[in-house]
Design a protein around this ligand. Structure first.
Ligand code: GCU
Length: 428
């Protein structure tokens, strides 16, 4: 183990393309919102005004949608910290049999009790310059992504049903248990780096966790959140933004080629993260479904009521008021994808994963398409959902494979192909 040292400090974030929110605007109470069964038009302002130019979209409608999503669904993300300190804990230049350099970096910011973010970064050694990077949260700790006995074992709370978890803490038996989901060798061989964080280090995935980020940042807060305070998905996304703060300073990373990927609840997070941080080049929410990539309206797959009942901490308090009246939502999830425009977005799915509503997700891309077209950014080049195993690799991309709810080597091949198409193949 190498000597630890402080690698970087003082990252100024102002003007970095992220949204910091100064004050909450005065939107109506949920009961006063008009009910509409059809999808709200992304190109019509909250006051009914039509958006016809790129400038109107960028200056008015896009900022308005960001506010609306925060106000009614995810809660308000705080402004970025003035500085993020990055400490290199360990570096192994001969990881994966010499194919990669592995680094463990601790990110700290805010008041001293603020949870730290433990980033695992694996960069290919065989490259001619900085590498594009996939950034994603993992479910079971960084030590589950590779079976490398030296990777820091997470000490944060973890769901008790995960393999190798005892009394809600990881043990050595949980090492490498997510290696099949992450496929690090494949990523490295294709010339990409991987940066990953355990979601539970930012905020544990359970209601009322006292160690959650939202209670400690920007300052110590009330344990009972207000109706528009940030929920766990917003906190996870904001944590990814802090990883971006670091990645843009790392000389081995191509800072304009940061791809955010995530599975399921962490896929919902990947889309929110890209919507609120323009430094993210591509968003790839995999099997994300309700509360992310699938419509809140309609009766297919998981409903808003079901997600709020089972996971009350994921969204802001006000979102629960939509449980039995999703038609009052002033947006649907196509508007979240549209906020990411003109950057590429890829929704990937599996046939048996009907809970995530794959067809509804395709409709969200269709409904986001006019925004991409207005910006002259292409859009969704498919009139109907494709056959299985056929990648639609336009700016708004879609893919569905046979099988179940999981993240596999085949899914990674699709993520990598889509990234190659939009960012160019990495220089190996
Ligand atoms: C549950 C939840 C989904 C979520 C999924 C996951 O099924 O209802 O909304 O996407 O867990 O994260 O695996």
């Amino acid at each position: 183990m190498r000597t630890a040292f402080i690698a970087a400090a003082l990252l100024l974030i102002v003007g970095s393309g992220q949204t910091g929110v100064a004050a909450e605007p005065s939107f109506p109470e949920v009961s006063k919102l008009p009910a509409r069964a059809d999808l709200p038009d992304p190109l019509v302002m909250f006051n009914g005004e039509r958006v016809t130019t790129k400038e109107q979209w960028l200056d008015k409608r896009r900022p308005e949608l960001k506010q609306l999503f925060q106000h009614y669904m995810y809660g308000y993300l705080p402004a970025p910290p003035a500085k993020v300190e990055a400490k290199l804990e360990r570096e192994d230049k001969q990881a994966l049999g010499g194919k990669a350099t592995l680094r463990e970096v601790t990110l700290s910011f805010g008041p001293p009790e603020t949870p730290k973010i433990y980033l695992l970064l694996i960069v290919p050694n065989d490259r001619k310059g900085p590498a594009p990077v996939f950034l994603g949260l993992n479910f079971r700790g960084n030590h589950s992504v590779l079976s490398d006995p030296k990777i820091r074992l997470s000490t944060s709370w973890m769901p008790g049903n995960y393999p190798g978890v005892k009394d809600n803490r990881a043990t050595d038996a949980s090492r490498g248990t997510q290696a099949d989901a992450w496929n690090v060798e494949q990523i490295i061989e294709r010339g990409y780096a991987l940066a990953t964080i355990y979601n539970g280090d930012i905020a544990p995935d359970r209601p009322d966790a006292p160690e959650r980020l939202q209670l400690h940042y920007p300052k110590k807060a009330e344990a009972k959140p207000g109706p528009h305070d940030w929920g766990t998905i917003a906190a996870w996304s904001w944590g990814l933004h802090r990883a971006v703060d670091y990645l843009v300073t790392d000389k081995d990373i191509e800072k304009d080629k940061i791809i955010v990927v995530g599975h399921s609840r962490l896929g919902k997070t990947a889309l929110v993260a890209a919507a609120f941080d323009d430094r993210i080049a591509i968003s790839m929410p995999h099997q994300a479904g309700c509360g992310g990539t699938a419509p809140s309206r309609g009766k297919i797959g998981e409903s808003v009521k079901q997600i709020n009942d089972r996971f009350p901490h994921w969204f802001t308090g006000a979102f629960k008021e939509f449980n039995d009246q999703t038609d009052r939502l002033p947006f649907d999830q196509h508007c979240l994808a549209a906020i990411v425009a003109p950057r590429p977005v890829l929704f990937t799915n599996a046939v048996e994963d009907t809970w995530a509503n794959p067809d509804g997700q395709f409709q969200m891309l269709q409904a986001a398409d006019p925004v991409y077209r207005l910006l002259g950014a292409g859009g969704l080049d498919a009139k109907k959902a494709p056959e299985t195993n056929t990648l639609i690799d336009s700016k708004l991309g879609y893919f569905i494979r046979p099988g179940k709810h999981s993240m596999t080597k085949d899914d990674w091949k699709v993520f990598l192909d889509f990234a190659d198409k939009h960012l160019g193949k990495p220089k190996g």
